[in-house]
Design a protein around this ligand. Structure first.
Ligand code: XMP
Length: 327
């Protein structure tokens, strides 16, 4: 719309003024909408002087890394550096089952990987006689107001936001979303032609699928969960419900097995839990009354298409007392 066009243009102009005619900026992409829109605005303002970094930690859902590496780049033309840290994350997470321990490790590994990627960018810039003076962050207005405790966080768990970046005082912060609310950010994202899946993505925790596998996180388990989650999301979208449902985590109970029957044979597979919720701000939530046909499709498809899963269960707990995530 006209107003949103104004907002986008206004922010682009402000960034241009702040950064000026020389100097480079760096921006970490998480796969989420905030960092993507912030980067797109800065790209419009300073072009290739913006260097984006994407740490692929292997904990995103199916298609999400490609969305950043392929679709986002195609839509915006950003200068993207991909840092593949999947092995490092898996190694660091090996044997770990405690949720808070997982969060700490993921947060630590993320900073480590980002700093390594950042060092490469800084080094390349130095070789060209250039200096990276700015760090772009997707801070929203509610984050500014609540100074740190942004939407989608609570005090009960130590939320490390993987989209967040280590503090570095040598950089000046560029925060093009600082005056915007989430819905405005989405509209600006649409205006700038970002992929719809990114713009309309439901909230997703920084530690990603790492806290949706109950038990140790392994490559095989991630693969199983990713396939089940992709089906659940497809069916929610197909039913036209993904904007009504706040979030729908799919949780793999990786250490639980149950007996099932498939064809002539007995199976001994894992259950997944589907956790659709409605919410305004993630502080409280209600379990969503999904239509039976949607639940049926999700259940049938997951058990048919994901061999390792032989049971689909539904979480009907509100928050409180349950949290949205299982870990
Ligand atoms: P809970 O599970 O506490 O989640 O009801 C509330 C909201 O926060 C998200 N969440 C996280 N986000 N890092 C994040 O960036 C985290 O460690 C984390 N844990 C939960 C959750 O998806 C929901 O939107």
């Amino acid at each position: 719309t006209w107003t949103m066009l104004n907002i986008a243009e206004e922010q682009i102009e402000r960034v241009r003024e702040q950064i000026g005619d020389s100097g480079l900026a760096i921006c970490g992409l998480s796969g989420g909408v905030d960092s993507a829109v912030a980067a797109a605005i800065v790209q419009r303002a300073i072009g290739d002087r913006l260097h984006c970094v994407f740490v692929d930690h292997g904990l995103l859902r199916e298609g999400e890394a490609e969305q950043v590496e392929r679709d986002f780049v195609a839509a915006t033309g950003v200068n993207l550096h991909v840092y593949d840290a999947q092995e490092a994350f898996l190694t660091a997470l090996a044997g770990v089952t405690d949720p808070e321990e997982k969060r700490k490790i993921i947060g630590r590994e993320f900073i480590r990987a980002f700093e390594a990627a950042e060092a490469t960018v800084l080094g390349e810039a130095a070789e060209q006689g250039e200096k990276v003076g700015f760090l772009v962050q997707g801070t929203l207005y509610p984050d500014v107001v609540e100074s740190g405790g942004g939407a989608g966080t609570s005090n009960i768990k130590s939320h490390h936001n993987v989209g967040g970046l280590p503090e570095d005082l040598e950089f000046a912060l560029v925060e093009p979303l600082r005056t915007l609310f989430k819905d405005e950010v989405r509209l600006v994202g649409e205006q700038l032609g970002l992929p719809a899946e990114m713009v309309w993505r439901q909230p997703f925790p920084g530690p990603g699928l790492g806290i949706r596998i109950i038990g140790e996180v392994t490559a095989d388990r991630l693969d199983i969960l990713r396939r089940a989650d992709a089906i659940a999301r497809q069916e929610l979208t197909r039913a036209g419900l993904d904007r009504d449902i706040w979030q729908m985590p799919v949780v793999l109970l990786a250490d639980v097995r149950s007996v099932g029957v498939q064809g002539d044979g007995r199976t001994y597979g894992h259950p997944v839990v589907i956790r659709p919720v409605t919410s305004e701000d993630a502080m409280t939530a209600d379990w969503a009354r999904l239509p039976y046909e949607v639940m049926e499709r999700i259940s049938t498809r997951i058990t048919n298409e994901v061999e390792e899963i032989n049971r689909v269960t539904l979480d009907i707990t509100s928050k409180p007392p349950g949290t949205i995530e299982w870990e």
